[in-house]
Ligand binder design. Sequence first.
Ligand code: SF4
Length: 488
Amino acid sequence: MITASQLYDYVQCPHRVYLDAFGDPSRRDEPNAFVQLLWDQGIDHEAQIVATLGVTADMSVVPLVDRERETRLAMQRGEPLIYQGRLTTGDRMGAPDLLERCNGGYIAGDIKSGSGFEGDEGDGKLKKHYAVQLGHYANILNLERLGDCHEAFVIDRTGARVPYALDEPQGVRNTMSWWDTYLDVERLVRGLLAQTNTTLPALGATCKLCQWHSYCKSEVVTSDDLTMVAELGRSKRDAMITAIPTVHALAACNTQDFIRGKKTVFEGIGPDTLIKFQKRAQLLTTNGATPYLKRPIPLPIAANEVYFDIEADPMRDVVYLHGFVERKHGQPDTARFTPFFADGIDPDHEEAVFRDAWAYLNARTRDSVIYYYSKYERTAYRKLANKYPAVCDEGQVDSIFGLPVMIDLYFDVIKPATEWPTYDQSIKTLAQYLGFQWRDTNPSGAASIEWYHRWIETGDVSIKQRILDYNEDDCLATGVVVDGVRRF
Ligand code: SF4
């Protein structure tokens, strides 16, 4: 049976669908505490939303073996809103959270604990992984003559209804409709399950929380897979693999063989990117290779340096920690940690620590150079300014982050001006490469969120200290990378 979850997973990673169907279960990693938390939060969120919707037929209480029959009976009765129904047709099985009576038939909806839109909600772009799930439900309804449209909806984390008009094009540049996208993904999943098409493991951001991570990583290393090259992801690998199958082949090839004017023969990869990937491949395949500067990069000097990192919980939509490590220029042993930690999840707590952190940041711009890694801090501060206009406004946030003393270490320095013999350029990878060690055995932003949930539930001060230590180490690691770049 093809399920909506398989279509969702396929959009995230085709190989996960393959491994879930045919992989050796003993090779899976232990379940991740953060993933379990996401799961638990999703269930809680769904229960809260369902309580407000006026469900008229609840299939979640019906034993699974009887659920499809009861769902169909409920539809025959014309129930206005059915929760957790189950329907099958041919080789398709669908279990939409909601079936809503509409124009004599039914449309399907899912309750999501995330946003109904991709990235910036203002863009209004629908999520592909949600769209393929909803397309699957709509198709089953149409085939079973229980609905006759390509309409569906999501109830998002705020309880708002986001319509998914599946006949609409994905966007201006990609005019393929969501419906055709769904049909395409379904065709690919069917081929995968029939083993008439194959997939390969990859190394990418989506892998970090996947239960096949250790297994795929070992496979990728063994096969010398191109996705070990930083920023060379699955789709670029798939475009290149026939001509350039491995990292060693990339390192040794003549890139001019693949360059045609301003393009390469590989879709979506320009000449500069191909050459950049080759340099990274050469670093990875050269014994004793060291990172280097691609061009001189001026780092401003002030009496003090500050390394800044925040921790946020996207599920509760709260920034719970603003951490700053401050030290005298050139004197790492003077490092001092100043955290602003929200002891509760109420908006009052979040606003109070934001106010304190904002005042601290403003003061430090007068006598310090301030480093942070990537765009997250700026984006989060813009959101906080909109949420708490009594603290500051978005224009003030942009002004502060636009100051020459505010350095985005990743986008201003690491990405444009350095190369590293590493699989990625995350702060963890680079600082560890330079010899820095986090005190925690499991340092990650995802783990910090899980600790914060446990701290809120238990008030256990050792958990709070673990969060603070982790954040302090993130800030110190930023300093280690700054020092490393200076040495280059
Ligand atoms: S580890 Fe990565 S490549 Fe492997 S199945 Fe998971 S997401 Fe896919």
